[in-house]
Design a protein around this ligand. Structure first.
Ligand SMILES: Nc1ncnc2c1ncn2[C@@H]1O[C@H](COP(=O)(O)OP(=O)(O)OP(=O)(O)O)[C@@H](O)[C@H]1O
Ligand SMILES: [Mg+2]
Length: 283
């Protein structure tokens, strides 16, 4: 069986991409084999999983630019079932170095294909940009997960993001769909957050996860201990939100791809892929 690949993407900075990628990966690893790929030179997903970037000698850079197999570059984490392909600041040069490559959009997809049988799920954390790395990520993915911060400008830039997704779908990856829109950093005490939630729901419809991630101090503390929230404080509100969203993803996977409870069968095996155009609906 080959893994289902989710790309966590939003070119806006600080909307909760890394928090979402790390914590969903950790919850999914409770029972499934998961690879978290860090494609951000900031390396926050790497350190958030307890990997000291100073000790990393093989990373997403050596995989993308020097053709090192992921099998050699990945690292086990302290979370059973969760491996990480780490990122370091070296990755900052990748955008430019990929430009001269043949089939440069497919480099990550090809690298993942070689380890796809080792995992049930691959999650890719993205940098806050829409460059060649993000194009690689979207080309490699089955589905996009879009974290949106519940603030006034939540939907700003979303048109650009959807355009890139559509372009990748047309030219590089016809299977690509939007898996879920996840509202993050929600502060229910403000009217604004509630208004934004309504606006996002009317824009994305059923793709919006019914589970909203609250602004929760424990979520922001966990990375400095190199721990996913499941380890740091599994009873916090933030933990419960991500655990619930991970369960939603498992249910979606079963419905869309026909993956059974043992995790057998593979991506695309089932029927009933979601309509991929509903999100283009007018606001
Ligand atoms: N639900 C939350 N509650 C409280 N703090 C949060 C929450 N989600 C994220 N944070 C904190 O907000 C900051 C930004 O989150 P995160 O790093 O996940 O965003 P990002 O989209 O990955 O950012 P970047 O674009 O820089 O990669 C971090 O300090 C993180 O710990
Ligand atoms: Mg990040």
């Amino acid at each position: 069986m080959s893994a289902i690949v989710w790309a966590v993407v939003n070119q806006k900075g600080g909307v909760g991409k890394t928090t979402t990628a790390v914590n969903l990966a950790a919850y999914l690893a409770q029972g499934r084999r998961v690879l978290l790929i860090d494609t951000d030179p900031q390396g926050n997903a790497t350190s958030g999983c307890g990997i000291d970037r100073r000790t990393v000698t093989a990373d997403t850079y050596t995989v993308l630019v020097q053709d090192q197999p992921i099998k050699e570059a990945r690292k086990a984490t302290t979370v059973p079932g969760l491996d990480v392909l780490p990122a370091t600041i070296n990755l900052a040069a990748t955008e430019i170095e990929l430009l001269n490559r043949e089939n440069r959009e497919y480099v990550l997809k090809n690298a993942i294909a070689a380890v796809s049988d080792d995992y049930d799920f691959v999650l890719i954390d993205s940098p806050p940009s829409l460059g060649m790395i993000t194009v690689n990520t979207l080309t490699a993915a089955h589905e996009v997960l879009i974290p949106l911060q519940c603030e006034y400008y939540a939907l700003e830039g979303i048109t650009q993001l959807l355009e890139i997704i559509e372009r990748v779908r047309l030219h590089l990856n016809p299977e690509l769909t939007i898996g879920k829109v996840i509202l993050t950093l929600f502060d229910g005490r403000t009217n604004l957050a509630n208004q934004v939630m309504q606006e996002v729901k009317s824009y994305f419809g059923e793709a919006v996860s019914p589970t909203v991630v609250p602004r929760n101090i424990r979520l922001s503390e966990a990375p400095s201990f190199g721990q996913p929230i499941s380890v740091y404080d599994g009873r916090s509100k933030g933990a419960i939100a991500y655990e619930t969203i991970a369960k939603e993803l498992l249910a979606d996977v079963e419905r869309r791809y026909g993956v059974n409870k043992n995790g057998s069968s593979g991506a695309g095996a089932g029927t009933g892929r979601p309509n991929t155009r509903w999100w283009q609906r007018k606001r």
